[in-house]
Design a protein around this ligand. Structure first.
Ligand code: ADP
Ligand code: MG
Length: 696
């Protein structure tokens, strides 16, 4: 039975082409809706409900009303001009109204709406010159099919696929649905008043009223919860598997940590202290730690991570810090130098760009235990790299790694504790969705003394003014970032735009005052730019977002973001976080291309109001929807069909606790409910997670 899809699910995994209406022509259209298998059609979530109760007449109906009415076909009026609509006059017994078709095939209209026949027509009523019209109605022939009646679901639209065709396929799919065993806890179902899965599916496609499909409808909620639970269960299985690999017990004497703290000109924040204490406790147990350290830009994650690494060293072992890019690795290495010296630990760097000789030397020193802490890129986890005693692996994630990479890392970490740093201020619900396999510490407190960043929105039409005031600031010794957006499919065009901008700014500020950094530069060239900006030899760094994250120049106080309206809020917040790091006052100019729409204005306005990354992320989620939120895709979220993180967020937390509890009681999913949960995992195509079961 191991690794095999349960037989009961076979009907749902049959090819969608076995459904009526899914043929050679329509298959690609159904695929657009995500329907490849029968089960996909079963779980296709309607986007709304229409009232299909047949009305007596369209008389007196308000503009824009959707309705169904019975009418007889009076006459056809083919267009006289090529682009004019084809019109058909019908009579509903009380009055005449007009059906309007743009670019139809006339033979088809004659076939479905022959003069003298009676048809049911469903559509939206509009008025033109005081006469009611119904553009592109749905037409029902009562001699061949059931007339419209009651309420009907509205499915997501895709061009070329009518609602009737979709509904027919879905109906057939639901009819093929087997009775599935109950995988939810009975008491929980009663408490929420939720129906069984089969009942919920049936209700999903046969709504009983206009409100039946709202997100808090019991059936819909149940199906959403099934989805969330399967996702959290999959993560919990991964987590349990990881916890089964024996970890190390690392207890430090605190001496090196003390020395670092004594060397710092500031105290730890309460949040930093709490995070360090939790990590120390994790490291003391023989279970492997897998912990996410989440905190806004500038919250002081690196220091927490360094303390964790020191515990490993104090315990006689080694630690590694992996960064997503070469630049970030170098920056971490440089930034940790003074701390390492204070702690008296041997620090090294290892990246793919090291010269072969230097690299061999570093590797030999790592294997011999002559390096305590190593900073690097992915190169750190290649087979050829051996550690004498790796106890702590820190991953600076910057929303670039997903669950799979974390797994890979855990496998290579050979029992080491793992700490993942993330600056993505994703809302709690999303964090739980993508990091449900991990424990979480949040740095929700910023170091004191940070100056607020003055944030302004300025129209691009005032570019000259911005350059003029920047010129004055630079003359006064200020340093500024100028960010150009990534907009085009090809980054060559973006780079060209950034180069144009750099040229213009050089013209204004002087040849040597402006340097560039972007993804297409040779590494040496980029490093030279960064170095010039860091030392102050150059005052302005023009960059594309390719190099956005992690650049750390505390003296820089001005951030200009061109075409700010094209960025996600979270990304703008990250970018802005590059300034305001020192004690001087900083400012951020959001240069936008007007006119701004309502939402765009509101979005940018949020940035002006707050510097709280989590609030910004919540607002972003509210304004754009979870699917759009920057980084969500990379965060490893599976496709959710019915769960909507904006409204079912509360259930995500429940699902996570539920999943962990299930595995505590039934770690191999062997009980009756466990078996049913396996069915759920397969139904949701989490086959991959089933192999993490202990017995698999
Ligand atoms: P993050 O990685 O969370 O973005 P960093 O660890 O890079 O933040 O810290 C940002 C800056 O704040 C660094 O210059 C760091 O030395 C400083 N810092 C860290 N902790 C504190 C603290 N408790 N008080 C004052 N400054 C701090
Ligand atoms: Mg940092």
């Amino acid at each position: 039975m191991k690794g095999m899809r349960p037989e009961i699910l076979f009907p749902l995994f049959a090819d969608a082409a076995t459904l009526p209406g899914v043929g050679p022509k329509t298959t690609p259209l159904f695929e657009k809706l995500g329907i490849r298998k029968v089960g996909d059609a079963v779980l296709l979530g309607p986007t709304g409900v229409v009232d299909r109760r047949v009305r007596d007449s369209v008389q007196g109906v308000m503009e824009g009303t959707m309705l169904c009415v019975k009418a007889s076909v009076v006459s056809h009026h083919a267009p006289r001009r090529p682009n004019a609509p084809y019109r058909i006059t019908v009579n509903d017994g009380t009055l005449d109204f007009i059906l309007v078709f743009f670019r139809p095939a006339p033979e088809w209209l004659n076939k479905i709406l022959p003069v003298g026949e009676t048809r049911y027509l469903c559509g939206k009523i509009e008025h033109y010159d005081g006469i009611a019209q119904m553009p592109h109605p749905e037409v029902f022939d009562p001699s061949k099919e059931d007339p419209p009646d009651g309420f009907a679901p509205v499915y997501p639209a895709t061009a070329g696929l009518g609602q009737k065709v979709i509904a027919k396929a879905v109906k057939a799919a639901v009819a093929l649905t087997p009775d599935l065993p109950e995988w939810q806890d009975a008491a929980w179902l009663t408490k929420r008043g939720w129906p069984s899965w089969n009942e919920a599916v049936a209700a999903l496609h046969a709504p009983e009223g206009a409100g039946a499909l709202s997100a808090d409808d019991p059936g819909r909620e149940r199906l959403a919860y099934d989805e969330l639970l399967s996702h959290q269960l999959a993560l919990a299985l991964i987590r349990a598997k990881r916890k089964r690999t024996k970890g190390r017990v690392s207890v430090g004497d605190g001496r090196r940590r003390r020395r670092v703290l004594d060397s710092l000109p500031f105290d730890l924040t309460g949040a930093q202290e709490r995070a360090i204490a939790t990590i120390a406790k994790d490291m003391e147990t023989p279970e492997r730690m897998l912990r996410l350290l989440q905190g806004d830009v500038g919250a002081g994650k690196t220091l927490v991570a360094f303390m964790a690494m020191l515990i490993a060293v104090e315990a006689g072992g080694q630690a590694a810090l992996m960064a997503p890019t070469e630049i970030l690795a170098r920056q971490h290495h440089a930034g940790l130098g003074a701390l390492a010296e204070a702690a008296g630990v041997r620090l090294a760097i290892l990246t793919g760009k090291d010269k072969a000789g230097a690299r061999r030397e570093t590797q030999a020193a790592l294997a011999a235990g002559e390096i305590d802490i190593v900073v690097g890129t992915h190169a750190l986890f290649q087979k050829s790299v051996e550690f004498a005693d790796l106890r702590m692996a820190v991953v600076d994630e910057q929303h670039r790694f997903g669950v799979d990479q974390r797994n890979e890392l855990a496998d290579k970490g050979r029992g080491a504790d793992i700490l993942v740093m993330s600056a993505t201020p994703i809302p709690r619900t999303l964090a739980m969705a993508s990091y449900g396999d991990m424990d979480v510490s949040v740095l929700d407190e910023k170091p004191p003394g940070r100056q607020p960043i003055e944030t302004r929105m300025v129209s691009l039409s005032r570019y000259d003014d911005v350059v003029e005031s920047l010129k004055r600031a630079i003359a006064g010794g200020a340093r500024a970032y100028w960010i150009c957006p990534l907009v085009e499919e090809s980054d060559a065009l973006d780079v060209a735009a950034a180069e144009d901008r750099a040229r213009a700014l050089r013209h204004a500020f002087g040849e040597n005052a402006v340097v560039m950094a972007h993804g297409r530069q040779a590494p040496g060239e980029k490093d030279a730019s960064m170095e010039a900006f860091r030392t102050g030899a150059a005052s302005v760094l023009v960059a594309t977002t390719v190099v956005e994250v992690g650049v750390d120049v505390p003296e820089a106080t001005i951030m200009v973001i061109e075409h700010a309206e094209r960025f996600g809020l979270a990304q703008l917040h990250q970018l802005r976080g590059r300034v305001g790091r020192g004690s001087a006052r900083s400012s951020c100019v959001l240069l936008y291309q007007g006119p701004l729409g309502e939402t765009a204005r509101e979005r940018l306005g949020v940035l002006r109001e707050t510097e709280d990354g989590f609030r910004i992320a919540e607002e972003d989620l509210r304004l754009r929807g979870a699917g759009d939120l920057l980084g969500v895709k990379q965060a490893g979220l599976p496709r959710m069909r019915l769960a909507d993180l904006e409204v079912h967020g509360e259930l995500m937390a429940v699902a996570r606790d539920d999943a962990r509890l299930i595995l505590t009681r039934d770690e191999d999913l062997a009980t009756e409910r466990g078996q049913a949960l396996r069915v759920l995992l397969y139904l949701m195509e989490r086959d991959d997670s089933v192999r993490y079961l202990k017995s698999a």
